[in-house]
Design a protein around this ligand. Sequence first.
Ligand SMILES: CC(C)(COP(=O)(O)OP(=O)(O)OC[C@H]1O[C@@H](n2cnc3c(N)ncnc32)[C@H](O)[C@@H]1OP(=O)(O)O)[C@@H](O)C(=O)NCCC(=O)NCCS
Length: 166
Amino acid sequence: MDALTLRRWQAGDLPLLRIANTPEMTRHLNGVETEEQLIERNERYLRLGEAGQARNFVIEDPQHRALGSIGAWHVEWHGQPAWETGWFVVPDAQGRGVASGALALLISELRQHRDGRRYLTAYPSTTNPGSNGVCRRGGFELIGTTSASFRGAELIMNEWAFDLDS
Ligand SMILES: CC(C)(COP(=O)(O)OP(=O)(O)OC[C@H]1O[C@@H](n2cnc3c(N)ncnc32)[C@H](O)[C@@H]1OP(=O)(O)O)[C@@H](O)C(=O)NCCC(=O)NCCS
């Protein structure tokens, strides 16, 4: 999709997290968060952003309507500093290349702000066709599968990585 922009996350963006917090939108994330957890997530985006440890964005169309969110945060990955990314697109805007377009913008953003990190990783649930499609289309390499406890239940995830030097 053309003419998307990324705008840095602001305190007033909490309602966007609520829009994404439905049973359907969190089907591959072991379900919804509480209002307290959403408030904590909003504060974490701001806090880590100010500390230079994360870059979270609202995905906007040319009319500055919020179509979703994408972000990246510092992680340790196979013994080296790396980035991890995550995203969502609101239901009305899905299936039009919004997540893929936003990921391309995020990659160019991270290439300008490397923070000494070469790889961008992503961990969608193995059952999430949309998110795995975003990784595949974005040129990520499938490394393998892994599992972890997430929101109180086991989540089996694909491990994807993108080389920012490529
Ligand atoms: C996953 C999500 C972000 C995809 O957003 P989107 O803007 O619809 O994705 P795109 O249109 O950029 O699609 C990217 C690729 O994935 C494929 N894809 C997207 N949704 C798909 C689906 N439901 N089933 C199968 N393939 C899908 C597209 O066909 C495209 O691949 P292609 O270029 O080979 O055709 C969106 O569905 C979403 O927000 N889901 C709920 C939240 C979520 O799961 N977040 C991720 C947690 S890891």
